[in-house]
Write a protein of this length. Structure first.
Length: 295
C-alpha cells in the first residue's frame, strides 16, 4: 500500500492547446486512486474544462475555487478540496477568473510562489495528521495547467516536484516543447524549484504512420528514458466521450464494455515508479501490447 509522508506534486503541462492535458490528468488521477493512492486534482486553467467534466457544469462565481486558495487566508488546499464523485479523487475547481491571475494577485510580491505556499501549508498540515473532508491524506497532487507559458504555469512549476508533458506526435507540437523544457530548466537554475521532468507522454496517438514514427524517434533521442513511449495513450473514442458526458473514464468505459482506461493504469504505474518509487505488488496487471502503438 502506498505510503509517502508528503504528496508528490505533479504538474501536467504543455503550452500547446488540445494535446490531452486535461484528459490525461483525469485518467491518471483515476488510475492512481485505483492503485490505492490518495489523490488531489487541481484545475489550474481558467478554461475550467476539468471543472466542467467533474461537476458536469461550470462553477458559479461565488463558489469556492483555486483562486480563493491563492488569494485568501481563509481557504487552503485542504479545506477547499471536494470529493469528485465517481472519480476516486478529491478535486479543486477553477473559474474563468483564473485568467486574471496577474491582476488578482497584483498586491502579492511573491505571487510566483502563491501555489507553492499553499502546497507547503498542505504538506505541513498532512504531516501534523490532518486529512481532507473525504478522509484523504494525499500521496499525489495533480495540477492541470493551461495551454500557455504565463504566471499560472510558472506558479505550478514552482510548486511542483515533477512535470509530466503530454504531447501529440506532430512536428509543430514537438518544436514547442523546447520552450517548456527551457522554462523547467529556468525554474531549476534560478533555484525557484527542484522540479524534475517525469516524462513526455505521447497522447491522442493515431495508428502507426511514418510521420509519428519519425517524430517519436526525435523525442526518443532528445528525452531518452523520460520519453514514455510505452505508456502512450492512443486515440480512443470512449476516452474522449467520457469527458463529453462528464463521467469518470473508468466508469464510462466499463459501462460501454471497453477497457480503454487501461492506458492510464499503465501510465499510473510508470509515474509511481518514476516519482515516489514504489511499485504496488497488488496492482492489476498492465496490458503489454496494444494496437495503435508507434513502435
Ligand atoms: N486519447 C484520446 N483519444 C481521443 N480523444 C482524446 C484523447 N485524449 C484527449 N482527447 C480529446 O482531445 C481533445 C483535447 O483534449 P484535452 O482537453 O484533454 O486537451 P488539453 O491539452 O487539456 O486542451 P487545452 O490545452 O485546451 O487545455 C478533447 O476533445 C478530448 O476529448
Ligand atoms: Mg485542458
Amino acid at each position: 500500500m502506498p505510503a509517502s509522508d508528503a504528496p508528490y506534486v505533479l504538474s501536467i503541462a504543455n503550452q500547446k492547446g488540445g494535446v490531452g492535458k486535461t484528459t490525461l490528468t483525469v485518467g491518471l488521477g483515476e488510475s492512481l486512486s485505483r492503485l490505492g493512492y490518495d489523490v488531489l486534482v487541481i484545475d489550474y486553467d481558467g478554461q475550467a474544462n476539468l471543472t466542467g467534466w467533474v461537476y458536469g457544469q461550470k462553477l458559479e462565481a461565488d463558489d469556492v475555487n483555486i483562486l480563493d486558495v491563492l488569494a485568501s487566508d481563509d481557504w487552503t488546499l485542504l479545506n477547499t478540496a471536494d470529493e469528485a464523485e465517481g472519480f476516486g479523487f478529491d478535486f479543486i475547481g477553477s473559474t474563468e477568473e483564473l485568467f486574471d491571475l496577474e491582476v488578482k494577485l497584483s498586491n502579492d510580491n511573491y505571487r510566483v510562489f502563491a501555489l507553492r505556499r499553499a502546497v507547503s501549508e498542505l504538506k505541513t498540515k498532512l504531516a501534523e495528521g490532518s486529512q481532507s473532508a473525504s478522509g484523504r491524506r494525499y500521496d499525489f497532487c495533480l495540477v492541470d495547467c493551461p495551454p500557455a507559458l504565463g504566471l499560472a504555469v510558472t506558479q505550478a512549476l514552482n510548486a511542483s516536484d515533477g512535470v509530466l508533458v503530454p504531447t501529440i506526435l506532430e512536428k509543430m507540437a514537438i518544436e514547442g516543447l523546447k520552450m517548456l523544457t527551457d522554462e523547467i530548466d529556468q525554474a531549476r537554475m534560478n533555484g525557484r524549484a527542484d522540479v524534475e521532468l517525469v516524462g513526455v507522454v505521447p497522447t491522442i496517438v493515431h495508428v502507426v504512420r511514418s510521420q509519428t514514427q519519425s517524430i517519436a524517434g526525435v523525442l526518443r533521442e532528445r528525452f531518452g528514458e523520460a520519453f514514455l513511449e510505452e505508456e502512450q495513450v492512443p486515440v480512443r473514442t470512449k476516452i474522449s466521450e467520457a469527458s463529453a458526458v462528464s463521467q469518470s473514464i473508468r466508469e464510462y468505459c466499463e459501462r460501454q464494455d471497453s477497457s480503454e482506461y487501461e492506458y492510464f493504469d499503465a501510465l499510473a504505474q510508470r509515474v509511481v515508479c518514476k516519482t515516489i518509487g514504489i511499485q504496488d505488488s497488488n496492482a492489476e496487471p498492465v496490458p503489454t501490447s496494444r494496437d495503435g502503438f508507434v513502435v
